[in-house]
Design a protein around this ligand. Structure first.
Ligand SMILES: [Zn+2]
Length: 306
């Protein structure tokens, strides 16, 4: 999932691992002391998440299953420069610069005689398809997390594993799909809408006017009238504003993580031989399954500035 959640998971696990009534790690603590426990924990956790500037790291195309036992680690390699023990799923939403900016252009029709009226026709839109975003979730099963060695004479090595149940795998998948759906809505509300609007006007003739500029203005005014205010072309550098708006809407998907809706935590660990197995479970803020068009909840035009 996203780094915010990763930290949440990490905090939950460290706290739990050091608690007095918590089973296997308490056993380790008794036999090897606090240092051993801390060492195990830090070897698994102390790698800071890094944000890539080009990619919004949240979870959003179609999300792909990653099989155990290596799936979770494979997912975590997507977290730039880190291998967090907690990113259960991952989606990299491309930023607005990765999309092809639409453009509204017209073609001038020469007057048939000198001093005659000017007309323009609207050109077809450039191809400005939605982006494809990478997205992964862990398939059900036990995913290897890492190993830790207890210092001292024994040098015993322990393995830590994540346990992903069928239902948790489905929840994580759905959470990643929410981000992908959000990203699609961000595109649909911006470049997608602009492109279909231009396509609907392609070939339409505007005029008569006294000059090519005036004829083009007629076409631009008609285009503007079809667009929502947030996409208005009545200001200079409106294409830059379109790009900025797409970027803003893409980023809105992060609200899901910021609100804790995608948080997960580790339940009390189980032991199996030398393994500590940490089942993933929802927290009290996890909010992934909701009916309806979920992306309307988080992806919308910002309120106009007064
Ligand atoms: Zn998320």
């Amino acid at each position: 999932m996203h780094s915010h959640k990763s930290r949440q998971l990490r905090a939950a696990k460290v706290e739990r691992g050091l608690r007095a009534d918590d089973g296997p790690l308490t056993q380790l603590q008794r036999t090897a002391g606090n240092a051993a426990v801390c060492k195990l924990m830090s070897s698994l956790h102390d790698r800071a998440p890094a944000e890539s500037p080009e990619v919004l790291v949240v979870r959003a195309g179609t999300t792909a299953a990653q099989a155990p036992p290596g799936g979770m680690n494979a997912i975590q390699t997507n977290e730039a420069g880190s291998a967090l023990g907690a990113a259960a799923g991952w989606t990299g939403i491309k930023m607005a610069g990765a999309f092809v900016s639409p453009n509204f252009t017209t073609t001038w029709i020469h007057p048939t005689k000198p001093g005659g009226d000017h007309f323009v026709t609207v050109d077809p839109p450039v191809a400005s398809p939605d982006a494809v975003h990478d997205s992964f979730y862990p398939a059900a099963g036990d995913h290897k997390w890492g190993t830790g060695t207890v210092p001292g004479p024994g040098k015993k090595t322990y393995e830590a594993w994540h346990r992903v149940s069928d239902s948790m795998s489905a929840i994580i998948r759905e959470g990643e799909q929410e981000h992908l759906d959000d990203a699609k809505r961000a595109y649909d509300l911006t470049y997608g809408l602009i492109t279909t609007t231009i396509a609907g006007m392609a070939g339409q003739k505007f005029g008569p006017a006294k000059s090519p500029t005036e004829a083009e203005q007629l076409a631009t005014d008609a285009f503007d009238a079809k667009l929502p205010a947030a996409l208005s072309v009545k200001k200079p550098a409106y294409r830059a504003a379109w790009l900025q708006l797409l970027e803003t809407l893409l980023k809105q998907s992060k609200l899901r993580d910021l609100r804790g809706w995608h948080d997960l935590q580790h339940a009390k660990p189980l032991t199996k031989g030398d393994r500590y197995i940490y089942p993933l479970e929802p927290t009290n803020t996890t909010n992934i399954r909701k009916p309806g068009d979920k992306s309307i909840e988080v992806v919308n035009y910002p309120d106009p500035t007064p």
